[in-house]
Design a protein around this ligand. Structure first.
Ligand code: NAD
Ligand code: WQD
Length: 355
């Protein structure tokens, strides 16, 4: 049986770009791509078997993706997949990710992000699958004590949302797993701020409702779906007073996952390792607006309002460990991020939905 890579949440934003990258890479590697996603935050058109991002990737590559509409909390559903496919490695994206919503719905967030994740780990263990790439977040660092943030920076301190805590708790659970059994091989990728879209313009970020994050908000203003951007605070201790973040192109992130899968193929790899994925450079909200205006040729009307609760002034990654352990670094520029986001948004003003 062909070896498979199981991708949970593979119909979502980062997951679908990683599936696309894996398929290009698979040409050499001959892995079967198996996606599990319950479509809670992904779109499937009526009458289609597969969610739109996967259907489009299949169309672009002429390759087949095995897809299962299964919840990661469904032990029996997951077991059937592990019985049917010879899974070698799991990339675990599936999670709920809206920071504000998690404050309102902590149980739902802990249920999916922690209980669901533990169910996945139990099923992996039952089928003897111990290689895991986990989607973590810079959010685990909380308010930075130093910049750039390296992986040795404390985690779990002063986290302000159940979402952030769920990512931190999962990392602690994975460390405990590795202590309990040396067979586990886990890479936890701490993404900074993923933005951008596939260079084809056919897959990209498609948030449900009004976007919470800066880049999709700006691009929906640019395309005319929203009137103006609200800039949350201009009194931070940063060069222009607005928040600074390390934005990283989703196609670079996707490549980072391929490098992590390769690292796990090394039989001498052991235990748990957290690795930052960012560019190492921070840009302010105002710099993001200017860069997007330049890339799109559209004016982005904006208004400065008060700070958003729970926001930090600035964060950006120390990316030297990713370079050292994964041989990976982000290559795409801020202009690439804005141009690719705009290509996706302008070709698909309503995201994946046809109308
Ligand atoms: P996304 O919402 O686009 O993708 C997540 C996918 O998981 C969706 O397709 C959703 O339908 C699926 N899913 C959710 N709950 C599920 C469940 N119970 N069972 C099966 N599938 C389920 O989010 P994304 O931006 O692609 O994020 C992917 C991962 O990266 C998440 O774990 C997120 O916490 C992490 N992350 C994201 C960001 C970011 O800003 N996008 C930053 C850091 C970390
Ligand atoms: C970026 C900057 C805002 C929207 C979030 C999660 C984090 C991680 C990445 C998952 C900030 C400002 C934003 C708007 C604005 N996700 N902003 N107007 O807050 O760094 O991180 O995504 O793990 O956990 O918290 O990203 O894109 O929301 O904000 O002024 O309408 O843009 O204040 O300075 P953030 P973001």
């Amino acid at each position: 049986m062909t070896r498979g890579i199981l991708i949970t949440g593979g119909a979502g934003y980062v997951g679908s770009h990683t599936v696309a990258a894996l398929i290009e890479w698979r040409a050499e590697q001959d892995y079967e791509i198996v996606v599990v996603d319950n479509l809670s935050n992904a779109h499937r058109e009526n009458g289609q078997k597969k969610p739109e991002p996967l259907r489009i990737i299949e169309e672009m590559t002429d390759k087949t993706i095995q897809f299962y509409d299964v919840d990661i909390g469904d032990r029996d559903g997951l077991s059937k997949i592990f019985e049917k496919h010879s899974i070698d490695c799991v990339i675990h994206f599936a999670a709920l990710k809206a920071v504000g919503e998690s404050v309102q719905k902590p149980l739902e967030y802990y249920q999916v992000n922690i209980t669901g994740t533990c169910t996945l780990f139990e099923v992996m263990r039952k089928y003897g699958v111990y290689k895991l790439v986990y989607s973590s977040s810079c959010t685990v660092y909380g308010e930075p004590e130093r910049l750039p943030i390296d992986e040795g920076h404390p985690t779990g301190r002063g986290l302000t949302s159940p979402y952030g805590r769920s990512k931190y708790f999962c990392e602690e659970i994975m460390k405990d797993l590795c202590t309990s059994d040396q067979k586990w091989m886990i890479v936890s990728l701490r993404y900074f701020n993923p933005v951008g879209a596939h260079s084809s313009g056919r897959i990209g970020e498609d948030p449900a409702g009004t976007p919470n994050n800066l880049m999709p908000y700006i691009s929906q203003v640019a395309v005319g779906r929203l009137d103006e951007l609200l800039v949350f605070g201009d009194d931070y201790p940063t060069a222009d007073g607005t928040g600074v973040r390390d934005y990283v192109h989703v196609a670079d992130l996707a490549q980072g996952h391929l490098h992590a899968v390769r690292l796990l193929a090394d039989p001498t790899y052991k235990g748990f390792q957290a690795i930052n994925l960012g560019t190492g450079t921070g840009y302010s909200v105002l710099q993001m607006i200017s860069a997007f205006e330049a890339a799109s040729g559209r004016k982005i009307p904006y208004r400065i309002v008060g700070r958003r609760a729970g926001d930090i002034a600035a964060n950006y990654a120390d990316v030297s460990l990713a370079q050292k352990l994964l041989g990976w670094r982000a290559t795409r520029t801020l202009d690439d991020m804005c141009r690719d986001t705009w290509r996706w948004q302008s070709i698909n003003p309503n995201g994946f939905k046809k109308s």
